[in-house]
Design a protein around this ligand. Structure first.
Ligand code: HEM
Length: 275
């Protein structure tokens, strides 16, 4: 910070109680980049992978906070938080613009070092999918042998999602939602139900002044943002490896194409056809 009577920055921080380097553990953070090859493009892949993991973590924390706000009937608070969450999802999606600059040959120069490492093993991503409601229990399996993270992943699988919290809120506000919607095993995926679609249709009928209308659109911002993330992952992967199989053992782009069809908060998508 500049001192009041000169325009000179303060450069001597000896004795400062919270120097920048400690506040954000910058020295630790910058010691965590250990590429496995000398390939010139590997640092980009490596750092962008770490950036994505940090953003997954940030998003997970924000969505847990949104769930608590919905549980507390604080709809304006949830909408306000989702406004920022939406921007973070957009930032996450923007990282594909950098990764798509990797020519296939640049990627091939270090791909063999990845072995069977794959995005499937991202536990933060899995927890993020779970808090959004994509409860695919099979995909918790890669984490079962990692004691440090196994419990967190299992807890996220069994916890209500943001969408579960939104549906419970709709019910508290008078929507009739049957027990199979509100009382299902939370570790199982939510099955789309016409009662939920009707409830969202009523919300849209109320118009943009209604706080539930604003919540519906704020949730759609997140769902669409994730759709973009998946679509750009698919395009980037197709551009870099074509139709080769994935390091995680799938068919690669064909698997990602199917994954890209998934929609979070399904009735918010289907209700649109009838409005
Ligand atoms: C740029 C090179 C990349 C390629 C060629 C690539 C390729 C793939 C492929 C083929 C899959 C399907 C699973 C498999 O067989 O491995 C996959 C899944 C996945 N990748 Fe990537 N990926 C790339 C970068 C990244 C980065 C930087 C991240 C972020 C950390 C990431 C996160 C994921 C996640 C989370 C999944 C699981 C998707 C799901 O469960 O829906 N990928 N990737």
């Amino acid at each position: 910070m500049a001192s009041p009577d000169t325009d000179e920055p303060r450069l001597d921080f000896a004795g400062s109680s919270t120097p920048y380097i400690d506040y954000q553990s910058i020295d630790v953070l910058l010691s965590l980049q250990q590429p496995l090859s000398d390939a010139p493009a590997e640092p980009t892949f490596y750092v962008l992978g770490q950036v994505k993991e940090l953003l997954f973590k940030l998003l997970y924390g924000e969505l847990v906070a949104v769930r608590a706000l919905l549980d507390a009937d604080d709809v304006p608070g949830a909408v306000w938080t989702l406004r920022r969450t939406h921007r973070v999802v957009a930032l996450l999606t923007g990282t594909w613009d950098v990764l798509s600059t990797l020519a296939p040959t640049e990627f091939n120069a270090f791909r063999e070092h990845l072995g069977s490492a794959s995005g499937f093993q991202s536990y933060m991503y899995r927890m993020l999918e779970y808090v959004l409601g994509n409860k695919d229990a099979r995909l918790a399996r890669p984490h079962r042998h990692v004691p440090k993270v196994r419990d967190q992943v299992e807890e996220a699988l069994r916890a209500p999602s943001v969408y579960d919290a939104a549906l419970a809120l709709l019910a508290r506000r008078g929507a009739f939602l049957p027990p199979e919607v509100l009382g299902r095993d939370l570790a199982q995926p939510h099955t789309p139900h016409e009662a939920v679609e009707r409830a969202w249709a009523d919300v849209y009928d109320a118009g943009p002044e209604d706080e539930m209308f604003r919540l519906a659109e704020a949730l759609m911002d997140i769902a669409e943002g994730f759709g973009r993330w998946r679509a750009l992952h698919l395009l980037t992967v197709e551009r870099i490896i074509g139709t080769k199989t994935g390091t995680g053992g799938t068919t690669g782009v064909n698997w990602l194409r199917r994954a890209a069809e998934h929609r979070h908060f399904p009735e918010l998508w289907t209700v649109r056809s009838g409005l």
